[in-house]
Design a protein around this ligand. Sequence first.
Ligand code: KIV
Length: 265
Amino acid sequence: MKKVTLTTLLKRKNAGEKLVMSTAYSAIESRLCMNAGIDFMLVGDSVGMTHLGYANTLPVTMEDMLAHTSAVRRGAPEAFVVFDMPFMSYQESESQAMYNAGLAMKSTGADAVKLEGGAEYASLVRKMTGAGIPVMAHIGLMPQRVQVCGGYKIVGRDEESAAKVMQDALALQEAGAFAVVLECIPEALAQAVTDALDIPTVGIGSGKFCSGQVQVITDLLGLTDFCPKHAKRYLNGGQLISEALAAYAGEVRSGSFPAPENTFQ
Ligand code: KIV
């Protein structure tokens, strides 16, 4: 398959096509996404909850992200892969951020990085893009700020916070971000931001007017008990997998597996 690049994605957006992004955390997931025609993949720090058993994204480390992103790249060499900068890998200083973003690009083969934050990160975004690191911005609900926000809440319902979302989006575009994730903002605000920007908006919980959508793969596949309002289960994967594993356990216990066709003589 032909390598998906930033040019491919921007051409699709400019041709009026919706961009489809899914998270992926392993080689098998990235292969499945590519086979399904997903446009690009995010190795989200949501891996902390989906695969590592944490309650939120805060404990996720650079080492975790490097390992998962490398696996995603191995599974789909032709994919456009975005490395999500984990909590406290870029917030301390611009030099820390540049070092970690460079490490992400060099050691995993990621095509871009994503970071949560508004206009206060414009200078960093400018520095990264200037150095050759494409940046996907992420505003609205920022899960890495869950402790200061006191939970996961819709952002931009009042005039002041809606204006801040708009200003952040414009500042990040001006700084060179190639796209911006809009997480959990009202649909009308997401539409206004999308109309105001030239770069694509990629929504999660922000309605249908964004240039594209991103969802967490374990939500799409029904692998978790809880499915957030903004997501949709396209497969009851958890139940199907449990049934398959129970069938395997039953056959081992009854002696019907392994059968002659599974056995070497
Ligand atoms: O980590 C993640 O999966 C994300 C998406 C929800 C955008 O940041």
